[in-house]
Design a protein around this ligand. Structure first.
Ligand code: BTN
Length: 248
C-alpha cells in the first residue's frame, strides 16, 4: 500500500477552539490532502488525553494538528502514536539531551513533560481511514502551573527557540515515519520507540483500580498496552487502567 508523502498544505489560524477539532471538521466537510496542517497561536479549548484540557500560552509554543490519510487495521492503531512520538523525539534530540517517550506518547526531558500528543481516528469497519495527530510542544513558555512536572525548550536551553524551524522539523520527521508505517515497516518503528521508552526495564511505582504497586516496564504490546512485570507475572494495561504514581 503506497500513500502520498505530505503535501505541505497549512491552515494558519490566529485562534481556534482546538486544532484537532478544526482538522476533524476539514475531514468531514472537504477532501484535505495528505499531511494537511492546522496550526494556531492560541487554542481556547485545547484537548488533552483522558479528557483533560491542554493549556498553552498564546504565541509561545507549538499547537498544531496533522491530517493523516491512511488505511490501517484498527489493531495497528498504536503505531500512529509511536510515529508521532518518534517525530517529536527525533526533532528534540537535535537540541536537547535526556529526551524520552513516556507511554503512551508523552515526551519528557529529564522526567518533565515537554510535549503531548492526541490522536483522533476516523474509522470505517475495522480500518482507520484517517487520523488527526495533534501535537502540543512547549517551546518558549517559561511559567507553568506545575513547574515540577512541566518544562519547555526555553526552560532547558535558556534562550528563545525558533518555533517555525522546529515545526518544520517535526513535520518532516512525521512525514518520514508515516512513510515507514505505510510501507509496513513496523519493526523499525517499534524498535526505535522502545529504544527511547521512559522506564524500560526499571522498577517504577504505578496505580491501578486495586491501588498502588511497583512493577518493571517490559515494553508496549502491538495493541498499545503497557506490559508490566509484577510479582513475577506479566500484566497488560490499557491507558485508562493505569497511572504512573508521579503523574505528569
Ligand atoms: C496530552 O494530554 O498530553 C495531549 C495534548 C495534546 C495537545 C495538542 S495541542 C494541538 C492539538 N489540538 C488539541 O486540541 N490538542 C492537541
Amino acid at each position: 500500500m503506497i500513500f502520498e508523502r505530505f503535501k505541505g498544505v497549512f491552515h494558519r489560524l490566529e485562534e481556534v477552539d482546538s486544532t484537532n477539532t478544526y482538522a476533524l471538521q476539514l475531514l468531514k466537510n472537504s477532501l484535505p490532502s495528505q499531511g494537511t496542517v492546522v496550526i494556531t497561536e492560541s487554542q481556547t479549548a485545547g484537548k488533552g488525553q483522558r479528557g483533560n484540557h491542554w493549556k498553552s500560552n498564546t504565541g509561545e509554543n507549538l499547537t498544531f494538528s496533522v491530517i493523516l490519510l491512511s488505511d490501517i487495521e484498527i489493531k495497528n492503531a498504536y503505531y500512529l502514536s509511536m510515529i508521532c512520538a518518534l517525530a517529536v523525539h527525533r526533532t528534540l534530540m537535535k537540541y536537547l539531551s535526556g529526551v524520552e517517550i513516556k507511554w503512551p506518547n508523552d515526551i519528557l526531558v529529564d522526567g518533565k513533560k515537554i510535549a503531548g500528543i492526541l490522536i483522533e481516528n476516523q474509522i470505517r469497519g475495522n480500518r482507520i481511514t484517517s487520523s488527526v495527530a495533534g501535537i502540543g510542544l512547549n517551546v518558549n513558555q517559561t511559567h507553568f502551573q506545575s513547574e515540577l512536572t512541566a518544562c519547555s525548550m526555553k526552560t532547558i536551553c535558556g534562550k528563545d527557540m525558533d518555533r517555525e524551524t522546529i515545526f518544520q522539523e517535526i513535520y518532516t520527521n512525521l512525514d518520514f515515519y508515516f512513510a515507514r508505517l505505510t510501507e509496513q515497516n513496523t519493526s523499525l518503528i517499534s524498535r526505535r520507540y522502545h529504544d527511547q521508552l521512559y522506564g524500560l526495564d526499571k522498577m517504577l511505582q504505578f496505580e491501578d483500580a486495586g491501588g498502588s504497586f511497583s512493577a518493571i516496564i517490559q515494553g508496549v504490546d502491538e495493541d498499545g498496552k503497557l506490559k508490566l512485570m509484577r510479582d513475577g507475572k506479566i500484566f497488560r494495561y490499557a491507558l485508562k487502567e493505569l497511572r504512573f504514581s508521579v503523574n505528569l
